[in-house]
Design a protein around this ligand. Structure first.
Ligand SMILES: [Zn+2]
Length: 387
């Protein structure tokens, strides 16, 4: 493959690879790695246990060869599924139409990665005092599961980064804060019995329902009492149960019930605090009640994934730089999570700014406007020139 593709060519290449989170992203990562190494840029990968998915980290050194400090451009390579969605074009073939590119991931967030990759030859020619890093992750869409492996390796390698831009879709405007996201699976183990013999069973669905209602009460409590931050479209922390399975027949008391809940916490409100309240109810009220019916009853809650909230400092150099480059002074905080909080947690000042609108993400006929990619290209060019 030619190493000097346009951002449109890169976008077509990236969209053409179905990197739905359940699939391997290795094809995409290898394509990016090969293009970078053809230009003399070294990368390192961090993979999942099976070696089926990888994060890629690459450093484009400063003019004097310096690889420490500088700015990281962060993007996730996975996309959400198209299952059950009604698309007007093949979601894995880039389809230009009027002023837009259609395709899964065009907006969230292969548009950003494509633009960054297309600029690599230019970045390499610039007389920069500081390096630029590319940090491309896997499994962001399933709870930022991949990036922590890359970040741990960054620490191990003692790689310093002065600031990070996460290119999630913000319409190329500056997002300085977002909520945290925490995903859980709860498995309620009761005892099955013939439904004519209710006293001999322990109904897992009914006890799960109690916990779900308790979770809803807790959500209402945060809605009614705060804490609040009016800069968010939803100004308080939210908790919601989104999936449930249980029961095997209409005349059998269900022995098992499983459900998934999530909460999205405001910065400054630790996720552990919310989970502790849920666990307290399970330990002190629900489980003792279940065990009266069936001594071996159990409720197991596992944390599937979590990503911390982001609260960027206005004084951080990266915030000031991106605000200056985008001419955007507004305080914008969003409810969706990104990997930005993970970088911030490592002590790397981070903000979110990327092409496309979040409203188009995850939907059928996802698209990004040409003008957004052009704005992104200009922004990254100026960003690099300022280093
Ligand atoms: Zn995304």
């Amino acid at each position: 493959m030619s190493t000097t593709l346009s951002k449109e060519d890169w976008l077509a290449t990236l969209v053409g690879m179905d990197t739905t989170s359940r699939n391997s992203n290795m094809g995409l990562i290898e394509t990016v790695r090969d293009a970078l190494s053809a230009q003399g840029v070294d990368c390192w990968l961090t993979t999942d246990e099976k070696g089926a998915k990888a994060n890629l980290f690459a450093t484009l050194p400063a003019a004097d060869g310096q690889t420490q400090g500088g700015v990281a451009l962060s993007g996730h390579t996975d996309v959400v599924p198209v299952d059950g969605q009604d698309w007007n074009s093949d979601p894995f073939v880039l389809s230009p139409s009027k002023d837009r590119f259609y395709g899964r991931g065009t907006c969230d967030m292969k548009g950003f990665i494509a633009t960054a990759m297309a600029l690599v030859p230019e970045f390499l020619q610039q007389n920069r005092k500081k390096p630029i890093h590319l940090a491309f992750s896997y499994d962001e869409e399933v709870g930022c599961a991949g990036a922590p492996f890359m970040l741990r390796e960054l620490q191990k390698r003692n790689q310093k980064i002065d600031g990070c831009v996460v290119g999630e879709p913000t319409g190329m405007r500056v997002v300085v804060a977002h909520k945290g996201i925490n995903l859980f699976t709860c498995r309620v183990h009761g005892k099955a019995a013939h439904s004519s013999l209710t006293p001999f069973g322990c109904n897992a669905i009914e006890h799960a329902a109690r916990l779900i209602c308790h979770i809803r009460d807790l959500a209402d409590h945060y809605r009614d009492t705060g804490p609040y931050d009016k800069h968010y479209d939803v100004a308080y922390s939210t908790i919601t149960t989104n999936k449930i399975q249980g029961g095997i027949a209409v005349n059998t008391i269900p022995g098992e019930c499983q459900f998934n809940y999530e909460f999205r916490n405001l910065p400054g409100m630790p996720g552990e605090q919310i989970q502790a309240k849920i666990q307290e109810y399970v330990n002190n009220e629900l489980l003792p009640r279940m065990q009266k019916e069936f001594p071996d009853a159990r409720i197991d809650i596992s944390a599937d994934a979590s990503a911390p909230p982001l609260e960027a400092s206005e004084q951080a150099a990266i915030t000031e730089l991106v605000r200056a480059l985008t001419q955007d002074k507004e305080t914008r905080k969003v409810a969706y999570g990104t990997e930005a909080g993970l970088f911030q947690e490592l002590g790397i000042p981070t903000i979110v700014c990327g092409p496309g609108m979040i409203e188009q993400a995850h939907k059928p006929d996802e698209f990004v406007e040409f003008s957004q990619l052009n704005d992104c290209e200009n922004f990254l060019r100026k960003l690099s020139a300022s280093l």
